[in-house]
Design a protein around this ligand. Sequence first.
Ligand SMILES: [Mn+2]
Length: 355
Amino acid sequence: VSAPPIPETRTEALTPIVDRLRRARSVALTTHVNADGDGAGCEIALASWLRAHDVRATIVNPTPFPSTFEFLLATEGAEDDMVADLGAGGETVLDTVELLLVVDTGEIGRIGKVARALTRETIVIDHHPIGEDPIPGSGLRDPEACATGELIYDLLRVWEARTGSEGSWSPALVDALYTAILTDTGSFRFSNTTPRTHEIVADLIGRGADPEKLYSQLYSVPLRRVLLLREALGTLEYDADHGIAWITVPAEALQRLGVGTDDFDGLIDHARGIRGTRVALLFRQTGGGTKISFRATGDIDVNRIARMFGGGGHVKAAGAVVGGPLEANRARVLDAVRSAIGSADRAAERAGRTA
Ligand SMILES: [Mn+2]
């Protein structure tokens, strides 16, 4: 398998980052709260690579490392001490490290208590559109990338080109980058999936990633998650006039089923997957208020809607947390979604008339 070429502009942006990392003695890696496969995968890939190239790299996340991706830490090329949680050595790392590298988010509000390390030299590598509260420092923010994992893959290739020698593609690294891209593209089904996505993944398989093994490790689920799904689907509602599907997780179900934050991953896709759905929503009450997840298929920009409620994310996947009771918040959000769909339809109609 031949490795795909790196776009010129990306090589230009990554070269100074590679040169800086090669000079670093210690690097702390972090990502957004509740790390997903892309954030956690990029961290493990980078930690494995940097350590193999004599840079002391440690992962310090604002929230505990997700159990779904812990198998990557047990893969050859990863090490147990790669992760230092806050409250268990993480603060010391942040206070003494030379460089902070933030992946899969570029917003201060998304890195929680890790923001204390922003006094250090900081580099951001991310594929989200730039938000209102950007992390200062240098880096690469490229929304064209299907996942931050794509940018990390490019970074490693640029590193090899700079040194003129092959780098250390450990099993942990290859599996972690495959995981990053697999999860952020919805297993290669979302619109961010490109020919280049498949070219990179082909290269990773050539380097030892095992799709069947990784798929089963990532998508086999604990029983509690299926029980949560059963409860959640019992609350499914659908507005056929607007194409809105929403799920409300009963607050008491959380304790009863013993589910954690990870267990909500993918729940909303059951609403999104209903034919005719333009916006899918998931509502759940947390200590901090009502947590709302937004997903869109087609032309609705849910990032804009989430921002009206103090949140944000991508055009097709966003989130927000709103204080106050769930029922009232749900009514306000549904109103906002209906009105966004209404304006999109009126705009499309006007465009059709003038065409
Ligand atoms: Mn991502």
